[in-house]
Design a protein around this ligand. Structure first.
Ligand code: NI
Length: 128
């Protein structure tokens, strides 16, 4: 059966150089899609400051530290994420990333996951 995924044009097989992608990002909290597979998206993003508390009704969300150290805060604990470390936030769990200094982060989540989850905050909403 035809679906959106099977009709997708097959592009060249190429590596992605994260350093170059990150150099193109000047804003904080605006993820950029750098890869797609199986209905999921690989994104890179720069964080600085505090993101609003939110949760995602239907999506698990992976945060992986690429440069610097940030915190993922939950209502009952706070987890520090450093370079080469990742954490998967299960759907439904309230969270917010907090970065004292600018950090670079990779996200992995289903396509069309809204970065602000259940809340509406134009200041932080990713633009496609
Ligand atoms: Ni989230």
């Amino acid at each position: 059966m035809a679906n959106a995924a099977s009709q997708k044009k097959i592009g060249p097989v190429e590596k992605v150089i994260l350093k170059n992608k990150l150099e193109e990002i000047s804003e904080h909290w605006r993820p950029r899609v750098v890869g797609e597979l199986n209905g999921q998206e690989v994104k890179v993003v720069k964080f600085r400051g505090e993101f609003p508390w939110h949760h995602h009704e239907n999506e698990d969300e992976m945060f992986m530290g690429l440069r610097g150290t940030f915190r993922l805060e939950f209502r009952d604990k706070s987890v520090e994420i450093g370079e080469g470390e990742f954490l998967i936030v299960p759907r439904g769990v309230e969270h917010r990333p907090v970065a004292e200094e600018e950090v670079e982060v990779m996200l992995f989540e289903p396509a069309n996951t809204k970065n602000t989850g259940n809340i509406d905050d134009p200041e932080f909403t990713a633009v496609k």
